[in-house]
Design a protein. Sequence first.
Length: 188
Amino acid sequence: MFVDVLTRNWGWVALRGLVALAFGVLTILNPAITLITLVLLFGAFAFVDGVFMLVGAIARRRGEGRWVPWLIGGLVGIGAGLVTLFKPGLTAAALLGVVAAWAILMGAAEIAAAIRLRKVIAGEWALALAGALAVAFGILLVAYPGAGALALVLWVGVYALVAGLLLLTLAFELRRWSRHHPLGAAPA
């Protein structure tokens, strides 16, 4: 069952949330960082977040078929991180495109996963909201490509901060749920 995979790996969800929070706080506290620093920070964040999501998807999945949205989201994050890290000379417009595509695809994967959880746990709204926030963030970047580097830094920081809080909320709801429901038990 999909919820079993998530509850067994709630720590990976929490770790994703903590990394997003740290990235968001660092970005907001130092908005004057250069665009190249932002490129490298985003690349590292997307890569690490993708690895955590990928590991969470495949760790002890026991033949589950419903881990695919997490797998896709993890691969997208890793790909966005690698592209960004190996092409640090990207222009601001190209960076916006990479960040926007990553946010929209990651958000869609999170929404798909939340839909699968909606009948099982009460905290699925946090994942759905994190996914919707990611999609909205990506659309804003596409809609306003002329935004300055400072605005991009702040948008990325705020997004990461809020998404991190939502992922931590989900992780602790998964942890709470797993303590009250034995793994493999049918949902009530």
